[in-house]
Design a protein around this ligand. Structure first.
Ligand SMILES: Cc1ncc(C[n+]2csc(CCOP(=O)(O)OP(=O)(O)O)c2C)c(N)n1
Length: 613
């Protein structure tokens, strides 16, 4: 057990298993007896709900919500109903859910309310690198920071207890490294508390100004109480180490940074914070007074360092550790050397440096998005993009996206650009089906309402491809794979007042171009819905592979404009010139390249006269 005994004694009936941080969080939610869990996918948090869906439906209602705010509001509703409830999202998802969080902080929690928010230091798969701890502090919501997979489970359980004991939502902060790496953990059994009755307290549950004014001080008061209680619970603790005060330098740390620090300095005196907000001021004062110098080691922003310093307590930190990117043991070592507490490594032979092979992200072979962007490039459109696999159309050879801000921004960005009146090119917003559901519908209503002259290209590949193929209200399937109502995009778009709508199959290249031209010619809002499933999901498409007939290939490279990873430029000469080749192991037989090949030099391999490459 990672911390001292609490009301939730989780070590009993223990069984060791290897789990990722996300699986451990899911396990913690289940063990805590939560009855409702909702999320919108987003790396690195996605697998939490996928793992929760493996627990019995009678135990927990686990669902994909249309976006993060709806997920949090769903969990809030269940908490009002007196059961433990959970929402999960990536860091930027909290921006979407923030409005609800800020008010719920004043309202509190009837049934325990926990929100897992997974940060992405290093921006492996996100649009920014924001630090959730800053949000938590602004919302006055405690943020627990597990350092490893065992703590991911333990802290999740404890987060529900904190939530109920102190009448507050609680954020559990994950990160890419913790979410996706695996560790051995001990599991426990599921709590089975009875639901609480609905709390008939409009003064607490209804946030009108008079009520909110009274609740704000309550939220501030619990700040002090929680910080101290986390010490009592053993979650925040001093580890003074065998040589304790002798080296005269102490460290304050939290989350994965703790494990990196321990790898470099296994015996150093450390104050390990289980929560970076609220802080146990008394304990920090005592700890800092015990050492000549105290360094704060934390990933991303200097949240702990600044919070300690504003209390007049002298600590150092971000002078030696970066505010961007992921920490690692090596970076912690480098910071400690810069701070003068570790000697620089002795000069030895230069280590062998391995240059990683650069593999730029690409759309898949046969991706149905590629022809839409080819057509947009031919139309010389100004393309206001959005977030999804299709954002990769920004790179060569498609090079067909001009802007991409945040999920659901593209349509309103396009409308705003049209209103600016400065753009001579046709203005087109492109948006995936999941993103359209998430936050594309309201800006489309707005564009129609304000009579914007734009085209909206909904790229429906029947799935949330970018995050690994999750369902949403447009796929007709739930998180647990059950059939449910499927949104009819055309009916929806017409219902909000769009008069020019056409569905197309993006595998019909000539038709995509023609319809796009017509849509651009329409004055007002026009909508094209490209309807062709992702090559990976839900059906793994694999047709007979295509091949190039060397005699017919004129090396015009029109096919290469698709950016298909199966099409390569041959180094071999044929009849005095180079030509293209198709890698048959990658080709899925979509035939898009054949449609672009004017001389007809690309044919199904099965029809080739001799075995061709
Ligand atoms: C606010 C927010 N939530 C979640 C994500 C993670 N995310 C990025 S794109 C995307 C959806 C992609 O699906 P879709 O729009 O259908 O496009 P596809 O990848 O299928 O082409 C998600 C969930 C994010 N970047 N920002």
């Amino acid at each position: 057990m990672a911390f001292g005994a609490t009301d939730t004694d989780i070590a009993t009936e223990s069984e060791a298993r290897a789990m990722t941080g996300n699986e451990a969080i899911a396990r913690g939610v289940w063990e805590a007896g939560a009855k409702v869990a909702a999320a919108y996918p987003g790396t690195p948090s996605t697998e939490i709900l996928e793992a929760l869906a493996l627990y019995p439906e009678d135990d927990i209602a686990a669902q994909w919500s249309i976006n993060e705010k709806v997920a949090l509001d769903t969990a809030i509703g269940a908490s009002f109903g007196g059961v433990r409830a959970f929402a999960a999202m990536k860091h930027v998802g909290l921006n979407v859910a923030a409005d609800a969080l800020m008010s719920q902080s004043y309202i509190g929690a009837n049934g325990g309310l926990v929100i897992a928010v997974c940060d992405d230091p290093g921006i492996h798969s996100s649009q920014n690198e924001q630090d959730t701890r800053l949000f938590a502090r602004m919302a006055l919501v405690p943020v627990l920071e597990p350092s490893d997979q065992q703590e991911a489970l333990d802290y999740t359980r404890l987060a529900f207890e904190v939530s109920e004991r102190f009448d507050t939502p609680v954020i559990l902060r994950g990160s890419t490294r913790l979410s996706h790496s695996r560790g051995k953990i001990w599991t426990g059994s599921r709590s089975t508390d009875e639901p609480k009755p609905f709390l008939e307290r409009p003064d607490k549950n209804v946030m009108i100004p008079a009520h909110a004014r009274a609740r704000h001080p309550v939220a501030l008061e619990r700040e002090r109480l929680i910080g101290d209680w986390l010490v009592e619970a053993g979650l925040t603790r001093r580890e003074d180490g065998p040589d304790g005060a002798t080296d005269r330098v102490g460290y304050i740390t939290a989350g994965p940074a703790y494990t990196y620090l321990r790898e470099i300095l296994p015996d150093a005196p450390v104050l390990k914070l289980g929560a970076s907000y609220p802080l146990p001021t008394g304990l920090i004062e005592e700890f800092v007074a015990s050492y000549d110098r105290v360094l704060v080691v934390e990933e991303l922003e200097g949240v702990i360092e600044e919070s300690v310093r504003v209390r007049g307590i002298a600590v150092e930190g971000k002078a030696y550790f970066p505010r961007t990117g992921e920490l690692s043991p090596e970076m912690v070592r480098a910071g400690l050397v810069a701070a003068g507490v570790l000697a620089p490594p002795e000069k030895t032979e230069a280590p062998i440096e391995f240059e990683p092979l650069i593999r730029p992200p690409l759309l898949c072979a046969g991706c149905p998005h590629s022809t839409c962007y080819l057509a947009l490039r031919s139309a010389n459109a100004r393309v206001m993009g959005d977030i999804g696999c299709y954002t990769l159309a920004v790179v060569e050879p498609l090079s067909a996206i001009d802007t991409c801000v945040a999920m659901g921004s593209g349509i309103a960005n396009a409308a705003g650009l049209a209103k600016a009146g400065t753009e001579s090119k046709p203005i087109v917003a492109t948006i995936g089906d999941s993103t359209f559901m998430h936050s594309g519908i309201t800006p489309l209503i707005d564009a129609v309402y304000n009579n914007a002259n734009i085209t909206v290209f909904i790229l429906d590949n029947h799935i949330t491809a970018m995050t690994g193929g999750q369902d949403h209200p447009g796929t007709g399937k739930t998180l647990r794979g059950k059939e449910t109502h499927k949104v009819d995009y055309e009916a929806l778009v017409r219902a909000i007042g769009v008069t020019w709508v056409q569905q197309i199959d993006s595998y019909d290249v000539a038709n995509v171009q023609r319809v796009l031209g017509d849509a651009i010619d329409h004055r007002g809002v026009s909508v094209i819905i490209s309807d062709r499933p992702c090559v990976l999901d839900p059906v793994r498409i694999k047709g007979p592979a295509m091949t190039v007939v060397p005699d017919d290939c004129t090396a015009c490279q029109a096919c290469m404009n698709l950016g298909c990873p199966a099409i390569t430029w041959s180094d071999e000469w044929h009849d005095g010139r180079h030509r293209v080749e198709i890698d048959q192991t990658l080709c899925i037989g979509c035939s898009l390249c054949a449609q672009l090949c004017a001389p007809g030099g690309i044919i199904p391999a099965a029809d080739a006269p001799v075995a061709l490459s």
